[in-house]
Ligand binder design. Structure first.
Ligand code: SF4
Length: 294
């Protein structure tokens, strides 16, 4: 089987993965468990940056996420971010659902300082898919509680002094995560989140991921391709519209920008985030000042 390659997405973003092995975190909802999923090849940080450099000026944003949890190997993740900061002129995002030991904060802060000195961003995203029901999705004991991850968002903001994103991803239908549970998550995380992200749920058309989730989803889906990954297959893409509308309403109440794709959030931060205050320098976020092309 062929390996996946990097894809230049809307607005010049590329999602990269440190690759190398099947992610041991084994989240029930994760698309890597779709039959025939095409993984990124195993590459060192230097080789990944070489590949990214080939995109030239079209590349504006690199999102370290991909098909394996990036902070399973914190040294490798930070080496990649550091090399990217040195060699590329891009905004950097990283995502994690683990707790990063604070011993890694000094090198991360150094990367952030170098990026901000050249007017580029480092954005720290923390994935939390649910509140009290999170173990349905995240069965690994390596994954901390939602509250501990919310606290990490706070440390990113205050100790790394970087903008943050809560990745409440994917956005599950109400039978998997009731809206009341999303409300608890968003209310807990709002104070520490510059931007809140949702996302469609990607399922395989063979039903493997639905069996992992012990559910069957019969409505609110379309069949289509991923725009951000090089996967030569169709997906069952679940757009939980009423849940997404509910998340939007909650974010509006909390005056937190909510997007389904990360790029509008990056653009909002790029234009309005103030590192001294750690705040978006806009009087009121809603109505959103940039279009959500989610
Ligand atoms: S940590 Fe991320 S890559 Fe790993 S199984 Fe979970 S969702 Fe998938």
């Amino acid at each position: 089987m062929r390996d996946a390659e990097y894809v230049l997405d809307q607005g010049g973003k590329v999602v990269v993965s440190l690759g190398g092995s099947k992610c041991e975190i084994n989240c029930a909802h994760c698309y890597i468990f779709a039959p025939g999923f095409q993984y990124f090849p195993s590459r060192g940080p230097e080789e990944i940056v070489d590949r990214l450099a080939e995109f030239g000026d079209e590349l504006t944003t690199v999102y370290l996420s991909g098909d394996i949890e990036p902070f399973l190997e914190p040294a490798k993740a930070i080496e990649f971010l550091s090399l990217a900061a040195d060699r590329l002129d891009v905004d950097l995002l990283f995502t994690t659902r683990l707790l990063i030991d604070t011993e890694w904060y000094a090198p991360l802060r150094d990367v952030a300082d170098r990026q901000f000195a050249k007017r580029r961003l480092v954005v720290g995203c923390v994935s939390i898919p649910a509140w009290q029901g999170f173990r349905r999705f995240e069965r690994s004991r390596r994954v901390a509680t939602p509250q501990e991850r919310v606290d990490q968002l706070g440390r990113f903001a205050t100790e790394l002094r970087i903008p943050t994103m809560l990745a409440a991803r994917p956005t599950f239908p109400a039978e998997l995560v009731p809206l009341s549970e999303y409300r608890r998550l968003l209310e807990a995380a709002a104070q520490h989140s510059t931007v809140i992200l949702g996302e469609a749920l990607f399922l395989d058309t063979d039903g493997v991921i639905e069996r992992r989730l012990r559910t069957s989803i019969d409505n609110e889906f379309t069949i289509g391709r991923m725009s951000f990954f090089d996967q030569n297959r169709d997906w069952k893409i679940v757009h939980a519209e009423s849940q997404i509308a509910g998340l939007r309403r909650i974010c509006e109440e909390l005056d937190k920008p909510f997007y389904l794709r990360s790029m509008p959030g990056v653009e909002l931060i790029r234009d309005h985030w103030d590192r001294d205050s750690g705040e978006l320098a806009v009087e009121r976020v809603y109505p959103l000042p940039v279009p959500d092309f989610g």
